[in-house]
Design a protein. Structure first.
Length: 669
């Protein structure tokens, strides 16, 4: 790991930027010998240098292997027995293998983000040297450079906690160590700095971009990041109360004894979060992606309560009228992730990028019998959290749409292009559409229709011990799903990994989706007890716990999934609404790098991670497979639950070299 002294040395070489490998790409290239004086000679070189700087961000879709953040494997939404030596760093994190002295690719981000920051500062300081710089050039370069720098700080804050803010300074090289020894800023200071930078760059950034520039920053991207930061800043872990005291009540800056995380609750932060989300909504540029219903779309479930007060009176209305009818709920959700929806024009993406990593990582879930690795597993907790098709929980299922853990289906059901085979365990019947779009279970039908080799497409996949993709038949002792489930959310029906003509659809990863904005808005409003007037940029917003607003935002997400929304009686209870929001985010944003941050900011990480992980019995044949067991691997018991996992440790070499740089709580040794 490079020290910060080395981290801040002047940059005299440029990284190549692949025009297809990064969401902020450029077709212009530099040789390694090109010096900075040449870079700032012409505006086009400055612009290319800027995009090359942005290319140092890791593909955000890299959430399982070689990760920049602990991600799904560091939560209760994913599990694998794949070797951690192959850089499954989320597993390393919860197994206690990540240390301050060896954080693998997670700790590398500390160094990488500061290199990005320094390059951005260099651009802002020297761009005027380009003799041909026009005002349009200036607007583009300033807006994007400030966004890139703010995004680097955003990544530092979310993963490592409060960073060292260096502003516009280009830190000199070859100075004495004391020059580089700077304390970290507080969490509050960092949030305000990042948000102020994003507010500023938003005034430079366009609201829309040409299709060929998909993935580059826009005004919506800046506003979306502000909304997320404001929500996190308002959440219990960072906003006083029991969680903040428990995790950070004694964490003080060694140089002046100031608390890194303030311990006084401030309700106004929720108001800022609500206003920031509402601003994105009011832009009119984004909405939930939907597909119109057709003859393959199933009818809405019958007998859903639409009584005012106890039920959802809007449920059977058309989608355009605020209801759930008239759209295909399976395709409206699944096509966002599989690549079926046209990526650059998807109206749900507030900010997204093409992701080759997501496409490659689908092989982790593909069956062994079809060229896959079979092992990116989903715990039973996730399965149980999915609702029944009429919106009821599995513990409160109706007689019309019952939940059962006995018996199997006897007929094939086809809906929205999805085929639910016969002999499927009844636990998986009558479930909401997001379940079928996201989860691979035994007896699931895998089309893989791009493959033209007989026997390698249209497969029935099973995970029983002695089944075609069970543990016994695995080509590698680690290539099996230890819970009996795999994540299929990003897999298109045509995707295939082996034999003739096997291809995969192009994938995208959304850093911010409109569904997330709607849920942010609902949560922020729900935490208000009085009206607040707050200012964002030059605009004032007055917000309060308006149940009609909460209902309108939250119910859109539920209706798009084909389920009824919140009732008036539920909306009257803020605790009940928060519970519903937490369950909804767990399903809607599964494997999108939200759960890891959500359980931390809510202060419930220890509570939810302490629940024993279970799955189906993959060491049994079909007759014994369908019962909840703790996976037969030492990894389950080895997973640690500790407050120190709130943040990734800062590299030990940095902390040792710079006396004023305090380590994160729990990582001091």
């Amino acid at each position: 790991m490079k020290s910060k002294t080395k981290l801040l040395l002047p940059v005299i070489t440029l990284l190549f930027a692949s025009s297809c490998a990064n969401y902020l790409d450029t077709a212009e290239y530099f040789s390694d010998e090109l010096k900075l004086d040449s870079v700032f000679a012409q505006a086009r070189y400055v612009r290319a240098y800027m995009w090359a700087t942005a290319s140092q961000f890791t593909d955000e879709g890299s959430l399982h292997q070689n990760t920049y953040t602990p991600g799904p494997l560091a939560t209760d939404e994913a599990f694998t027995v794949y070797g951690t030596q192959h850089n499954y760093n989320g597993m390393r994190f919860v197994l206690g293998e990540i240390t301050a002295s060896n954080g693998y690719s997670l700790s590398n981000q500390w160094d990488a983000m500061y290199r990005v920051i320094r390059k951005c500062n260099t651009i802002l300081a020297r761009m005027e040297e380009a003799a041909d710089l026009t005002n349009d050039d200036r607007v583009e370069i300033v807006g994007n450079t400030r966004f890139i720098r703010a995004y680097a700080y955003y990544n530092l804050l979310l993963n490592f906690g409060p960073p060292v803010l260096i502003g516009d300074e280009i830190v000199k090289s070859n100075e004495v160590l004391e020059y580089y020894d700077r304390p970290r800023n507080t969490y509050d200071e960092t949030v305000e700095y990042i948000c102020s930078e994003l507010e500023l760059c938003a005034s430079y950034l366009p609201q829309q971009l040409p299709i060929m520039e998909f993935g580059r920053p826009t005004k919506g991207a800046a506003y979306g990041l502000i909304a997320r930061l404001r929500l996190y800043h308002a959440s219990p872990l960072f906003n006083g109360g029991t969680a903040a005291k428990s995790y950070f009540g004694k964490w003080r800056r060694s140089t002046d004894d100031v608390l890194y995380i303030q311990q006084n609750y401030d309700e106004k932060r929720w108001a800022l979060a609500a206003a920031a989300a509402k601003r994105v909504m009011d832009m009119g540029a984004f909405k939930l992606y939907t597909v119109p219903a057709d003859r393959e779309t199933p009818e809405l479930p019958e007998d859903v309560d639409i009584t005012e007060g106890t039920g959802d009176p809007d449920y059977y209305k058309s989608w355009d009228d605020g209801g759930a009818a008239g759209i295909d709920h399976f395709r409206s959700y699944s096509e966002i992730f599989t690549g079926e929806a046209i990526i650059p024009t998807n109206v749900e993406y507030v900010w997204a990028r093409r992701s080759g990593t997501i496409q490659n990582n689908t092989q982790m879930s593909f069956p062994n019998s079809a060229g896959g690795w079979n092992g990116m597993a989903v715990p039973q907790k996730i399965i149980d959290n999915y609702s029944m098709i009429d919106g009821r929980s599995i513990s409160d299922a109706s007689t019309r749409y019952p939940y059962s853990e006995e018996g199997f289906t006897t007929a094939v059901q086809t809906f929205s292009g999805y085929r639910l085979l016969d002999q499927v365990f009844n636990m998986y019947v009558n479930r909401e559409m997001r379940f079928y779009a996201s989860i691979g279970f035994s007896e699931r039908f895998w089309p893989m229709t791009s493959c033209t080799s007989s026997g390698y497409y249209n497969q029935r996949i099973n995970y029983y011990y002695d089944a075609n993709n069970g543990r016994l038949s695995s080509t590698d002792p680690l290539n099996y799903p230890p819970t009996g489930y795999v994540i299929t959310k990003f897999i298109h029906p045509a995707d295939a990994w082996t034999m003739d003509n096997a291809r995969r659809m192009e994938k995208a990863y959304a850093m911010i989706r409109y569904a997330d904005i709607l849920l942010m808005y609902s949560e922020a409003l729900n935490n208000l007890t009085t009206a607040h007037t707050v200012k964002l940029g030059e605009t004032e917003y007055t917000v309060s716990r308006n149940t009609d607003e909460i209902k309108k935002a939250f119910n859109q997400v539920r209706h798009r999934a084909g389920m009824p929304g919140l009732s008036s009686s539920q909306l009257a209870n803020a605790t009940e609404v928060q519970d519903q929001i937490e369950k909804e985010r767990m399903k809607e944003l599964l494997h999108e790098n939200s759960r890891y941050f959500d359980v931390r900011r809510w202060g419930i990480m220890e509570e939810v991670e302490s629940v024993p992980m279970t799955g189906m019995n993959v060491d049994a044949s079909k007759t014994g497979f369908y019962r909840r067991v703790i996976p037969n691997t030492s990894r389950v018991g080895a997973r640690i639950v500790n407050k120190r996992l709130a943040f990734v440790p800062i590299p030990l070499t940095e902390v040792r070299r710079l006396p004023s740089l305090d380590q994160n709580p729990g990582w001091e040794d």
